[in-house]
Design a protein around this ligand. Structure first.
Ligand code: PLP
Length: 370
């Protein structure tokens, strides 16, 4: 199989597997128990926390481990509005479901939610943001890199607007962390292990001092009393090592991706249109459409190639992606779109082979249905 679905998840780095192994096999102690073995596990968790803070280049504030970025985002949103008197929330229409659905839930409880539109390039309308963010705003939530179309949002500009009115800024950095600088001015930043060659089932929230959300998970008081639940030393060590490795390899990974991006475009050839901005784009994402293509059929025709229609979550629903709709595509254009995601472990040869096969299969579809 040729794997081109790096936005859905990434392969575990061998270095990460090695860092996790002792904590899965012989070192099984509870990191919150006072025994020598427990303390050793707790120390490994603190090493991982430091690795993440160093990779993120965040020296103030703190990092709290969570079970996923979905949990971190739910906590950041619900825990922030709970500690605020304000009742207005501002986000972008193309956010991940973890943000949009949390906000919709709050809307059902009487909060006002503003979903900012994006242009055809997928970038947020800053004028609309300027009109929406005001003294009633508790939180502005914006993603760094869109998981479907890969565009990079101007989060720092939104953060400056939020701060002008005393609102908190939450950034979903799941698809950008380890690959680019984190935006200036975010007060809360959510990350996930499995998007950076780390394990699944672990993520976290970086919190600027003074922006601690109210506690969502009550229990044993782990994670500085902010998030209860026994931590997995293996998962924490895996996320820490993945973050360290991402920082160490950032230049090499970026150069590799730039090459792959150009190779993919050249091999796919004429007839494909990139969805969203080509410039303000993470280079490991190619979301493309082609006239009269049936994306779902293409995926089932090419079973040995893993790629996707949009986000892994939206793909199963049969609904056209809310992101592609937000950039102005018709249902038909959205259904003619596919997402190719590649990264550190993608080879040039396999990418060329996949792009050739994709274009051939797309052309076949065109002739067979014409
Ligand atoms: N935010 C974005 C942009 C994502 O791509 C994802 C994963 O698909 C998430 C949040 C949720 O991350 P997790 O799988 O850790 O819950």
């Amino acid at each position: 199989m040729i794997y081109l679905d790096y936005q859905a998840t990434t392969p575990l780095a061998p270095e990460v597997a090695a860092a996790m192994r002792p904590w899965i096999e012989e070192k099984f102690a509870n990191p919150h128990s006072p025994s020598r073995w427990g303390s050793e596990a707790a120390a490994a968790i603190e090493v991982a926390r430091d690795q993440i803070l160093t990779a993120a280049a965040l020296d103030e504030g703190r990092f709290v481990f969570t079970g996923s970025a979905t949990e971190a985002l739910n906590w950041a949103i619900k825990g922030t509005v709970e500690r605020s008197e304000r009742r207005k929330l501002v986000t972008i229409a193309t956010e991940h479901a973890a943000v949009l659905d949390s906000l919709e839930w709050l809307e059902g409880k009487g909060y006002q939610v503003v979903r900012l539109p994006v242009g055809v390039d997928g970038l947020v309308d800053l004028e609309a943001a300027g009109e929406a963010i005001d003294r009633r705003t508790a939180l502005v939530a914006a993603m760094l890199v869109n998981n479907e179309i890969g565009v990079i949002q101007p989060v720092a500009q939104l953060a400056a607007m939020a701060h002008q009115f005393g609102a908190a800024m939450l950034c979903d950095a799941v698809q950008g962390f380890g690959r680019m600088d984190l935006p200036e001015g975010a007060d809360l930043i959510a990350i996930s292990g499995h998007k950076i060659h780390g394990p699944k089932g672990i993520g976290g929230l970086w919190i600027r001092k003074g922006f601690e959300p109210n506690v969502l998970l009550h229990g044993g008081g782990q994670e500085q009393g902010l998030r209860s639940g026994t931590l997995s030393p293996a998962l924490c060590a895996g996320l820490g090592e993945a973050a360290r490795l991402a920082a160490e390899r950032r230049e090499a990974d970026t150069a590799h991706l730039e090459k792959l991006f150009q190779v993919a475009l050249a091999t796919l050839g004429e007839g494909w249109i990139i969805n969203g901005s080509s410039e303000m784009r993470y280079r490991g994402n190619l979301n493309l459409r082609r006239d009269s293509l049936d994306g779902a059929r293409l995926i089932s025709d090419l079973r040995n190639f893993a790629f996707s229609l949009g986000s892994a979550c939206a793909s199963g629903s049969g609904r056209p992606s809310h992101v592609l709709r937000a950039i102005g595509l018709s249902d038909r254009e959205a259904r003619s779109s596919i997402r190719l995601g590649f990264g550190r472990y993608t080879g040039e040869e396999e990418l060329v082979l996949a792009c050739r096969r994709i274009t051939l299969a797309a052309r076949d579809q065109h002739y067979l249905t014409a």
